[in-house]
Design a protein around this ligand. Sequence first.
Ligand code: CUA
Length: 347
Amino acid sequence: MRRGSIVQLVVLGVVFGAGAALVALLIPWLPDPASKQAGRIDFVFWFVTVICIAIFALVAAVIVYAVFKFRAAPDDDTDGPPIHGHTGLEIVWTAVPAALVTAISIVSAVVLSQNEHVSRAATGVDPLKPVVIDVTAQQFAWSFKYPGFDNLISSTLKLPVDKTVELHITSLDVTHSFWVPEFSQKQDAVPGSVNKLVITPDKLGTYPVVCTELCGLGHALMRSQAEVMTASKFAAWTKSSQGPSGGGGGGGGASGAAVFTNNGCDGCHTFKPAKATGTVGPDLDKLAAEAQRAGQPLEQFIRESIVNPNAYVEPGFQPGVMPETFKSLPKAQLDALVSYLAQGAGG
Ligand code: CUA
């Protein structure tokens, strides 16, 4: 091959490689990683992308070079020269891809095993140590329970920054899938089994929790939020939300309000004392009238509507929309929530 041809090939390769690199770098294909695991997955993506860009540059350069260099004249109807095998080339184009694929497998396997690893200490009960969180999916809501914190329940995923959490994910009905794009990982929520997912968030912020498995009519609306907070803010949240358990079940208005917002009631209901303006479910400022229509005393009606929401459904609303997960609220929290709602509704 003449030196001029090699220079032309190299120039073409650099141009195509630079073009592909710009496409990879300038377009924000992936969100900024917000966990250690996502950072590792990001590394694998870039590792593979760099290899792909190199192969693309090589192939595109050779194709374009050949198209111009070996173009037949318009009046040339002869057959091309016969070309036989080239053992050296064949060895190279077998060995190089084999090496690259092996490298990708090794890097992926290492990252996968690191991402699934959680140290023994990380699952301890010590609140300073990382946390186990039970994640329950249900058409069409998420619920997060903290067994290490008095079975605290929340409708948003509260996470302390820089601590490893182990999610135990399950479903009450059909298959859902847990996904926070900024954490990069996905895990199915399957009824009857518990799937684990290890996350070490390393960036403060609020990120969407998305259901990423078609699970019914409300699939697209099955969203929650993951809030990564400082350790001290997380500790303050667990203390304020546990409330009644410390004082032997007093359950004042304040902790009822905390239960109300922690469980996402404000997402669907209007309730003035909580400054909630949701319109998916019945207006809780009118609980007294609704209890009357249901023919029940106010507190009893509120309690039943929380633990067994389909027993009575307010006219104009659909059964099966309100999640049934709240029957697993610890009694102290349920009591606090009931009396909070009853007080706010003028009971
Ligand atoms: Cu749950 Cu899609």
